[in-house]
Ligand binder design. Structure first.
Ligand SMILES: NC(=O)c1ccc[n+]([C@@H]2O[C@H](COP(=O)([O-])OP(=O)(O)OC[C@H]3O[C@@H](n4cnc5c(N)ncnc54)[C@H](O)[C@@H]3O)[C@@H](O)[C@H]2O)c1
Ligand SMILES: [Zn+2]
Ligand SMILES: [Zn+2]
Length: 376
């Protein structure tokens, strides 16, 4: 079938909206009509090359934060039928590998099969440009910057049909990643003091997670005033325009002990920024690195002695260290109960033709999340 998609033809160029050819689903795969896709910063890393070596080279079809309706299932797909509503997990969850069996399906072994951007099931392409050439899928073998896609069953999490898909899409990456960075990776406890460095799509959800986990102080750090205003709506108790300002305010926010938890959610990870943020953490603090550092960055500037004498912990977190099959339905329940704000995350919606405007708005600090909503 023919459908519309946003293709990155070369690094540091605009997304090109094109008609593409989509093959039917093969064994283990599903065809999904996508309703909406968030514009996460991680797809911008594909444009700039920050994720070079870990993701396919252009030309590629972008997008990994999507939700839609199953149209057709391939042979051997038993967990889904046509008409089901699904959110895509940007890491698949097979349920059978050691990580999945151990309750860490964010690290599912199938995830490594997505690095080529081909289908998880057999390593070939279902998406083709108008000239017939194969198209790789940027992150997670998903391709959510398209009106339709074919993905592996392991990438689909079935959700209740009452949940609006233009909000549910955010659970495919940003909400779970941010919320889980606070609740699982940082293990925020009632009464903790928490600093969130970078308050975009991911950081806003780290703030929500920290608040719901019972943090006493949630300090939101972002140079953009609009982000700091929104942070207060998501549950921050203090805001600072820079890490320096947050360090100067430590007597006020933490009785000068340093934060119990520090969560790094800047647009692009940077060793110098992480080195500075390291001083925000107090004794036995957990410093969670969720933002993506460039694959070419070879070192980080951290005084390692404090790992010992203050027992500080430096922790990486992928997909919020969560289990999407459990956590996506759970977080949607929290949304339904009014305990998690999804509506406030969506600053602006765009048609697929608005994708370059959407990313320009992200880069200029206008959006918490821009969301592509597709006309069918
Ligand atoms: N680990 C994971 O599983 C995972 C998943 C999704 C996204 N990410 C990564 O998380 C990061 C954030 O993504 P996003 O979609 O929220 O991006 P975003 O662009 O929406 O937000 C980033 C925010 O960081 C702020 N910022 C930039 N430099 C800063 C600094 N020095 N100090 C404080 N704030 C600063 C920006 O003003 C912006 O508000 C990206 O690197 C993204 O690739 C990681
Ligand atoms: Zn993402
Ligand atoms: Zn698995």
């Amino acid at each position: 079938m023919k459908t519309k998609a946003a293709i990155l033809r070369a690094r540091n160029t605009a997304w090109s909206v094109e008609e593409i050819e989509l093959d039917p689903p093969k064994a283990g795969e599903v065809l999904v009509k996508i309703v909406a896709s968030g514009m996460c910063h991680s797809d911008e890393h594909l444009v700039t090359g920050d994720l070079a070596g870990a993701t396919p080279e252009p030309p590629l079809l972008g997008g990994h934060e999507g939700a839609g309706i199953v149209m057709e299932v391939g042979a051997g797909v038993f967990s889904l039928v046509a008409g089901d509503h699904v959110v895509f997990g940007f890491i698949p969850a097979c349920g059978r590998c050691p990580s999945c069996a151990d309750g860490h399906s964010n690290l599912c072994d199938m995830g490594s099969l997505t690095a080529t951007g081909m289908q998880i099931s057999d390593g070939t392409a279902r998406h083709h440009a108008a000239d017939g050439s194969d198209l790789a899928l940027g992150i997670g073998s998903l391709g959510t910057f398209a009106h339709h896609t074919v993905v592996h069953e392991a990438s689909c999490i079935k959700i209740e049909k009452e949940i609006p898909l233009d909000k549910a899409c955010l659970l495919g990456c940003g909400v779970v990643t941010g919320w889980g960075s606070a609740v699982y990776a940082a293990d925020v406890q009632p009464g903790d003091t928490v600093a969130v460095v970078g308050c975009g799509g991911i950081g806003s959800n780290a703030i929500q997670g920290a608040k719901l986990a019972g943090a006493r102080v949630v300090a939101a750090i972002d140079p953009v005033e609009f982000k700091r205003e929104k942070a207060m709506e998501f549950g921050a108790t203090h805001t600072h325009a820079s890490i320096d300002d947050a360090l100067a305010a430590l007597p006020d926010t933490t009785w000068n002990r340093g934060f119990d938890k520090v969560i790094m959610t800047c647009g692009v990870g940077n060793g110098d920024v992480l080195g500075q943020a390291f001083w925000l953490g107090g004794k036995r603090s957990k410093i969670v690195v969720t933002n993506i550092h460039s694959t070419t960055e070879a070192s980080i500037a951290i005084p390692a002695v404090f790992l010992t004498v203050f027992e500080k912990q430096l922790i990486g977190s992928l997909f919020g260290s969560a289990n999407p099959r459990k956590d996506i339905p759970k977080l949607l329940e929290l949304y339904t109960q009014g305990l998690l704000d999804l509506d406030g995350l969506v600053t602006k919606t765009y048609p697929i033709e608005g994708i370059n405007e959407g990313y320009a708005d992200m880069n200029s600090g206008k959006n918490i999340r821009g969301v592509l909503v597709y006309e069918h």
